[in-house]
Design a protein around this ligand. Structure first.
Ligand code: HCR
Length: 383
């Protein structure tokens, strides 16, 4: 029923929130939402979803040739989708509105070495507040793997759903013997936030995304493909995808995959399992709160997050206002002094040469995108 996921006392504030999104296009994070839909987690924590299966990430480095690497990258990518797009539903009951990071907010984490997979490190910085843009760098130095990307969103409303166009891309670099390297340009799917009328939002992915390797191999992931008969189950028919892996200079795929990105997928020809994400994932490890700097997400938002978790929304809103007022004062001070906020870990470039070069191979739209380049200025493992 419409509004059935909304607590009785918040129904009217949910209705006005929904009315405001219907007529709104742009930065959703700036809209005031009723407390039940607030998440205690900042958007700067989201890049950790890329690596919650560190062994699959590390496996990319162990692939024996270009073709196997392209397949390993696709396998890892598909396996990240469940965490990226359904974990708030699992943890918090529905998709929620994340905390809107402040400029310069930081999130650091790592996944320790286990079974020879090497340690994976994560550096995240909020590089813009308005619009929100989050830059990240994830590396496994012992395996010669590094993922650099940024994420922003453009939202609009269409037929009862919020449509989110993801702006930004990621580049995975794989070090090869003799100083060679292979690069993979990863584009991101569109999201639809359904379930709005019911007060229990969830994400569906739409459109197509690509993984273009500098070796020429291309993976195409189609999130709107129809499930063939036999796949349909009563429990789930959303989150279906089909993917193809195509060799350089050819349009004939050598591999076709189909299935559910939040459960299992299989090789369409052999029937062999391709991904299975029903088992546990490994959440990122972060330093204890006492060791964090003031601008690290969990420290910065600790009181707001406690208010949201404990249902003390007055505390949450008071603490949130403190952070926002402090931010406004910083911006005024900078303006008065004629200075600008200096990013700590990333440098902005107008056009990413890797995006331009690899994007051409599959006619990426837009043909150019900017990027945030990591400055390699953090020591891991953390003290
Ligand atoms: C759209 C969204 C903020 C952005 C989130 C992104 C796109 C961020 C990058 C991650 O890699 C993947 C990702 C997953 C999230 O699903 C997506 C969020 C979903 C909701 C949130 C809106 C700003 C909040 C809307 C408020 C709703 C729930 C009513």
């Amino acid at each position: 029923l419409p509004g059935e996921g909304v607590p009785a006392a918040q129904k009217s504030s949910w209705t006005s929130f929904v009315k405001s999104i219907v007529s709104f296009s742009g930065d959703l994070s700036s809209l005031t939402a009723p407390p039940f839909i607030l998440s205690p987690i900042s958007l700067t924590e989201f890049p950790a979803y890329w690596c919650e299966r560190p062994a699959l990430f590390a496996a990319i480095a162990d692939a024996k040739d270009e073709k196997e690497r392209a397949i390993a990258v696709l396998k890892w990518f598909i396996s990240t989708l469940k965490g990226q797009y359904t974990s708030r539903n699992e943890k918090l009951g529905s998709e929620k509105k994340p905390l809107n990071p402040v400029l310069g907010e930081l999130f650091y984490g790592h996944w320790l070495d286990r079974d020879g997979r090497g340690q994976t490190n994560l550096v995240v910085e909020q590089v813009s507040h308005h619009p929100p843009i989050t830059a990240y760098y994830i590396s496994n130095p012992s395996k010669g793997l590094a993922l650099q990307g940024h994420s922003a969103q453009k939202t609009s409303f269409s037929s009862g759903s919020i449509v989110v166009k993801q702006i930004g891309h990621a580049v995975l670099t794989v070090d090869l013997p003799e100083g060679k390297k292979e690069e993979f340009l990863i584009t991101l799917p569109r999201l639809r936030i359904d379930g709005i009328w019911y007060g229990s939002p969830y994400i569906e992915l739409t459109g197509v995304s690509y993984i273009q390797s500098s070796s020429g191999w291309l993976s195409t992931i189609d999130y709107e493909a129809k499930e063939p008969r036999g796949w349909l189950t009563f429990s789930s028919k959303s989150h279906f995808f089909k993917a193809t892996v195509t060799p350089p200079g050819s349009s004939t795929p050598i591999k076709r995959i189909e299935g559910f990105w939040h459960e299992t997928s299989k090789d369409s020809d052999s029937g062999e399992t391709f991904t299975d994400v029903r088992g546990p994932k490994e959440e990122v490890t972060v330093a204890p709160l006492e060791q964090m700097q003031d601008f690290e997400s969990r420290k910065l938002w600790q009181h707001v997050a406690r208010g949201i978790r404990e249902g003390d929304y007055e505390l949450a809103s008071r603490e949130k206002s403190k952070i926002e007022n402090e931010q406004r004062q910083r911006r005024r001070d900078e303006q008065a002094a004629g200075t600008r906020w200096q990013l700590k870990h990333f440098e902005h470039i107008e056009s990413d040469p890797v995006y331009e070069r690899l994007g051409k191979l599959f006619n990426a739209n837009p043909p150019k995108e900017d990027a945030y380049v990591y400055m390699h200025n953090r020591e891991f493992p953390p003290a």
